[in-house]
Design a protein around this ligand. Structure first.
Ligand code: URP
Ligand code: ZN
Ligand code: ZN
Length: 484
């Protein structure tokens, strides 16, 4: 007898789609089979049953100058859960001179007690001096094995020498690198030029961060990573030219993974030309690109060239925060909301349109982020022994996106008014129902900090769901089909 059984659903993992029940016990998946008995049975007839999604890139309660992103660890993780995400990875950003493990402890103090789902952290490396880099092993030991490196943003960015040193240190210690690639000097020059010419509106944001300078930064980064031999994850890739640089690096044998975001797949630069100041809603870095870039990213995602879809959720209120840049677009706080809508957007625009198979949908939103950041196989898959983070997704449910109905704490939605078909209805985190029929019923502080492993994942003692396991389940469920 299991604590809970999710019965009669269509299970989707990165490897296979099968009809089977899930038996949950003590917060973990204990059985995958037919006619399982449980103290509680959740009927998932007609539903898709997926691993809880993992958002590898979010900024909750993030200080940006005198502002702070508008979702805190409670509201942001409630929104994540309501959208089918059961793990988020946020960032710890050390203050000048602050030891990394101290920055980690203080970020954990903000999050613990607030989070409603499990979370991990990346450590921002804004300095690459000997003293800072010597702390990388202690940081990994303390549970943060991935490090964000910025090539842009004053106060955060590393120059080429700093990048080389940081990449070398990460390689030496098995730290995972997640890199924001844009050309800082070109942006500074183009922004100053625009302002000097009196061009102050948000439509200037994309003009000062051209795709070819993002591609230049990607190419330079990958050349530097070639020197140090460091594998890395490219954060929020937005353009076709950047993907070409990735192809070149892979062709010469480098290991690089690519993250993109729903906004780069679904929106384009026309948004910046909305009337008045409305374009400010889409000020994020890198900026939205062209329809051709979107097509290239979709094709790359389907082909396995783009590996994960994260949100880069970094919301600011339009009315009270984005307006900081009313007379100077470079002062608009960068970032957009998206933590709640990723899984459903990718289903409606990816799976329903035939751009992505259901398995690939699960892979890019759930499974690959866990592999990439040292959380697999505990997270990101439906496998015996894995945490019972499960999404029951109604493929027919129609939802019109609006800030009034979403849980994200922000006064706009980049996809406002759009009707999606397919939405997560019930969500379990470590076996506990936290969203039931679309309503959040979890509690603040129930989420746990997840230490992430350094880059030495080579499979696991847990049974991951490969083709053999799928075949065994098919044989158990449909003996006749299996012998045909
Ligand atoms: O504009 C963005 N993307 N803000 C969040 C910080 C970052 O660069 O990831
Ligand atoms: Zn970034
Ligand atoms: Zn980000």
């Amino acid at each position: 007898m299991f604590d809970r059984v999710i019965a009669n659903g269509t299970l989707i993992t990165a490897e296979a789609t099968v009809q089977a029940d899930l038996g949950l016990r003590d917060g973990r998946i204990a059985a995958i089979g037919r006619r399982l008995a449980g103290l509680e049975v959740i009927d998932a007839s007609g539903m898709l049953v997926l691993p809880g999604a993992i958002d590898e890139h979010v900024h909750l309660h993030m200080p940006v100058g005198e502002l702070t992103s508008s979702d805190d660890f409670y509201s942001g993780t409630v929104a994540a859960a309501c959208g089918g995400t059961t793990t988020v990875i946020d960032f710890a950003e050390p203050k000048p001179g602050q030891p990394l493990v101290e920055a980690l402890a203080s970020r954990r103090a903000e999050a613990d007690g607030q989070v409603v789902i499990d979370y991990g952290l990346h450590m921002t490396l804004a300095w690459a001096d000997d003293e800072t880099l010597a702390q990388v092993p202690a940081c990994i030991e303390a549970g943060v094995a991935s490090f964000k490196l910025y090539m842009a943003y004053e106060g955060l960015r590393l120059d080429d020498g700093g990048l080389l040193r940081a990449l070398a240190a990460l390689r030496a210690h098995g730290g995972r690198a997640l890199v924001h690639a844009e050309n800082h000097d070109a942006i500074t020059y183009l922004v100053a030029q625009a302002l000097a010419q009196g061009r102050i509106g948000p439509e200037n944001h994309p003009l000062t961060r051209p795709d070819w300078m993002e591609a230049e930064a990607v190419g330079r980064l990958l050349a530097l990573a070639r020197v140090t031999g460091t594998p890395l994850v490219l954060a929020h890739l937005s353009c076709a030219l950047g993907l070409e640089e990735v192809r070149r690096a892979r062709a010469r044998g480098q290991t690089v993974w690519v993250e993109t975001c729903p906004q780069y797949l679904l929106l384009d630069e026309a948004e910046y030309r909305r009337p008045g100041f409305e374009g400010a809603k889409f000020v994020m870095s890198p900026p939205l690109r062209t329809a051709a870039d979107r097509q290239a990213l979709w094709a790359g995602l389907a082909a396995g060239e783009v590996n994960t879809v994260a949100t880069d959720h970094c919301p600011f209120f339009y009315e009270t925060q984005k307006t900081r840049g009313l007379h100077n677009f470079s002062r608009i706080p960068g970032g957009a909301p998206g933590i709640e809508t990723r899984l459903a957007l990718l289903y409606s625009h990816g799976v329903r349109t035939g751009r992505l198979s259901p398995e690939r949908w699960v892979e890019v939103c759930c499974t690959e982020p866990a592999r990439r950041f040292g959380l697999a196989p505990r997270k990101g898959t439906l496998a015996i022994g894995a945490d019972a983070d499960v999404v029951i997704f109604d493929p027919e449910r129609r939802v019109t996106l609006s800030p009034q109905t979403l849980h994200q704490r922000v006064d706009y939605c980049p996809y406002e008014g759009e009707e999606l078909q397919g939405w997560p209805v019930t969500v379990l985190s470590r076996g506990e129902v936290v969203v039931r029929d679309g309503e959040f019923i979890g509690t603040a502080g129930r989420g746990r900090f997840l230490p992430t492993e350094a880059d030495r994942w080579r499979g696991s003692r847990l049974r991951s769901w490969g083709p053999e396991v799928s075949a065994a389940i098919t044989a158990a469920c449909w003996p006749t089909a299996a012998t045909m």
